[in-house]
Design a protein around this ligand. Structure first.
Ligand code: DGL
Length: 272
């Protein structure tokens, strides 16, 4: 088990923020990443569709013999994690629980949550935070324009700043002191978000707490890989590998050597 890779899936490229956090926390682990670029965005889709897509993604990663699956996409984590946990016999972790844990620790007065329309509609973060800290007021806001702005590479752009002001100033006026960045793309906008909200608001990046939780799950199972593998990490997408590589390099701030197109809609699992 130790030598097997960790599988991650996302609707596309944004999950690379989780990939990066996993790599920083566990440099010896090999990672197999799947971005479902043919079917993104997930954030505007229904619960049923997100679960169906997530099911296919997990099956694909199982064919790669992974020891654990991390669901990097917040929208998929909101709807599909408990389904996958019940269905699969390897550990499955989403980003909601670890993010909510960090938010409950950081927020003292009022916690803000931003995410895609699907994530906010599910109330997944809100429920998970209130389970840990029932008395804290929570404010949620869908910020659907952030994803296309990041995909366009408009990270430090005046349009992005205007959009951020429109979305976030009302949360600031309400007096939030912590904000959950409940979407894979939002950590890329940390600077702009910080400029709009000021230093008094702690930004919660689920990617970092998810990496810590992944490490603790693998450690408790004795499945942590202590020796660095010679095999490289693998990146798969369901469409547009070149675009994934180009925008992915912005996310990772480094080169991505190879991206393979996976057409897994007809995969069959190897016999046990
Ligand atoms: N990965 C998605 C999320 O974190 C954002 C992009 C999409 O809508 O597919 O919710």
């Amino acid at each position: 088990m130790k030598n097997k890779a960790i599988g991650i899936f996302d609707s596309g490229i944004g999950g690379l923020t989780v990939y990066k956090a996993l790599k920083e926390k566990m440099p010896s682990e090999r990672i197999i990443y799947l971005g479902d670029t043919a079917r993104l965005p997930y954030g505007s889709k229904s619960a049923e569709t997100i679960v169906r897509f997530s099911d296919g993604n997990a099956l694909f990663l199982l064919t790669k013999n992974v020891k654990m699956i991390v669901v990097a996409c917040n929208s998929a984590s909101s709807y599909a994690v408990s389904y996958l946990q019940e269905k699969l016999d390897i550990p499955v972790l989403g980003v909601i629980e670890p993010g909510a844990e960090a938010a409950a620790m950081a927020g003292r007065e009022k916690i803000g949550i931003i995410g895609t329309a699907a994530t906010i509609k599910s109330r997944s973060y809100e429920k998970a935070i209130l389970e840990k800290k029932p008395e804290i007021p929570v404010l949620s806001k869908a910020c659907p324009l952030f994803v296309p702005l990041v995909e366009e590479g408009w990270i430090d752009h005046r349009v992005t700043r205007l959009v951020a002001e429109e979305y976030l100033l009302p949360l600031k006026d309400e007096g939030i002191d912590a904000l959950v960045l409940g979407c894979t793309h939002y950590p890329v906008l940390k600077n702009v978000i910080e400029q709009v909200l000021g230093k008094g608001v702690t930004l919660i990046d689920s990617a970092i707490t998810t990496a810590a939780k992944t490490a603790s799950i693998l450690k408790s199972l004795g499945w942590l890989n202590n020796e660095k593998s010679n095999l490289p990490d693998e990146f798969y997408v369901t469409d547009f590998p070149d675009r994934f590589r180009r925008v992915g390099e912005i996310f990772l701030n480094r080169k991505i050597e190879k991206v393979t197109t996976a057409s897994f809609y007809t995969v069959s699992l190897p016999q046990a």
